[in-house]
Structure formats: structure tokens, C-alpha cells
Design a protein around this ligand. Structure first.
Ligand SMILES: [Fe+2]
Ligand SMILES: [Fe+2]
Length: 259
């Protein structure tokens, strides 16, 4: 089974790119299952139900989130209506939504875990205290996919190696900068520290660059606006998994620029 993971989709550029190109990419890479990180899909922060519905018209099978999950407050009212939508599992139990889900595709049970890092994300508890319980919940799955939404490369690598041989893939999100360290770990788990961002290329993590530069120069915060100008980039990775063993055969990084 081939899985396409899409790095943080930012604002209108990211959404438009998925609507225009995802079907083509799915065919080109012969993909069976698609996971997209949509924590920045609406105005760069969070996800409205309207945008989610629109993006679910594309071949997306599961959706992961991150520290911006609740950036659009309305998500609290609809998050439990979408079985394919997960937010970091290490939120307190009272928080709406769930951190794991199971999706059956072509007779294969795919488990998806979204988990947050803790380093530089101090409001979250350590992923290492939550991940075993999530694995337990998904023990009947043929394939387990983990989106580790985290800042620190050390924490991401540590969780990757901790999960090596226990899950099919551990992919990183959140930094919006793609790393070139994709590999299959010795135990058969596909790994990449960060998938990168699907959104405006000439921006700072998706935001208009002038706003961020000015913030560094003047210390005066201004409202973040998503850069709308092209070129736009599509970032992600395709992982090929042997569904009988759950082990990854390969991982291929994708970084496409659309003028
Ligand atoms: Fe993000
Ligand atoms: Fe994030």
C-alpha cells in the first residue's frame, strides 16, 4: 500500500494546490491512501468546516492537525463528526476530538496517530508518555501511521527510533521546512523529520515575509497574513508499505514548485 503524506497545508495557496493537483499526484505516484496535515489550512491558523468539506472532495483519506488545531474556534463544534480527523493525542482528555483513528481502505486497516512534541511546545505533555497507549488502541491495524507535530529534531528522531519496528511510518510536521533525511529505519519504519509545507514558496513558513522581517526589526507584532502570490510549493512524501508485515519498503520525498 502506498501512502502519500502532505506537509502542513497553508491557507488558500495550499488549499488551491490540493484541489488542482492532488488527483494528478495520486495517479502519478500510484497512491492508495492520502494523509494531509491541515492545521494551517484556513487563513494559516486552524481549519473551518467549509474548508474541510471542500478538501475532502479531493482524495484525502485522513487529516492530522497540530498546535493550531483550535485556531478556528468552530472546530470544537464539528471535530467529533469527522472520523478521519485527528488532533494531537496528548491534549488533556477534556479537549474535543481524538488523537487516533482507524480507517479501512481496500480491506486494509490503517491506524493514524497525531501526536505533538513537547520541546518548545511547553503547553503539551511529552509524546513519550502517550504513544504506548495509542499503539495499544491500534493493535488490530495492519498499518500504523504517525504524524509527529513537533519543533525539535532531537525529539522527532528519538520518537522515530522509539517507534521503529512498531509502526509503518513516522513523519514530522510543524516546522514548515522540509528535511532531507528520509529513510527506512533498521526495524522497517519509514521516517522523515519534517515533510515541509504545502503553500506559498516565497514566504516565511507561509506568512508574508515583510511582516515577519518587520517583526524582527521592530519587535512590533502585526497580524500574520498568508502570502498569496505564486510560486506555490507542494511538500510531502510517499511511503510504500508491505501491508502483510506492516513494514515500509521505501520513502520518497516530494518537493514540487508550481509557477
Ligand atoms: Fe503548521
Ligand atoms: Fe504547528
Amino acid at each position: 500500500m502506498k501512502i502519500l503524506f502532505i506537509g502542513d497545508v497553508v491557507g488558500r495557496p495550499g488549499r488551491k494546490l490540493l484541489l488542482q493537483e492532488l488527483e494528478n499526484l495520486k495517479n502519478e505516484y500510484d497512491v492508495d491512501f492520502v494523509n494531509a496535515n491541515l492545521e494551517n489550512a484556513s487563513h494559516g491558523r486552524g481549519l473551518t468546516e467549509k474548508n474541510l468539506k471542500q478538501l475532502l472532495q479531493t482524495p484525502i483519506d485522513s487529516v492530522t492537525m497540530g498546535n493550531h488545531t483550535f485556531g478556528q474556534k468552530e472546530i470544537e463544534t464539528y471535530i467529533d463528526n469527522y472520523p478521519q480527523l485527528v488532533r494531537p493525542v496528548n491534549y488533556p482528555k477534556v479537549v474535543p476530538g481524538k488523537g487516533t483513528t482507524v480507517i479501512e481502505k481496500d480491506g486494509i486497516k490503517v491506524g493514524v496517530i497525531n501526536i505533538s512534541g513537547q520541546i518548545y511546545m511547553n503547553e503539551m505533555d511529552s509524546p513519550f508518555l502517550f504513544i504506548d497507549e495509542s499503539l495499544d488502541e491500534l493493535k488490530d491495524c495492519d498499518i500504523i501511521l504517525v504524524d509527529h507535530h513537533a519543533e525539535a529534531t532531537s525529539e522527532k528522531l528519538a520518537l522515530g527510533h522509539y517507534l521503529d519496528g512498531k509502526v509503518s511510518a513516522v513523519v514530522g510536521t510543524h516546522t514548515h521546512v522540509q528535511t532531507a533525511d528520509e529513510k527506512v529505519l533498521p526495524g522497517g519504519t519509514a521516517y522523515i523529520t519534517d515533510l515541509g509545507m504545502t503553500g506559498p514558496e516565497n514566504s516565511i513558513l507561509g506568512v508574508e515575509k515583510e511582516i515577519i522581517i518587520n517583526k524582527f526589526l521592530t519587535r512590533q507584532p502585526r497580524r500574520f497574513e498568508v502570502e498569496l502570490k505564486k510560486p506555490w510549493q507542494f511538500n510531502g512524501a510517499v511511503v510504500d508499505i508491505d501491508e502483510t508485515t506492516g513494514k515500509a519498503r521505501s520513502i520518497e520525498r516530494i518537493n514540487r514548485i508550481y509557477e
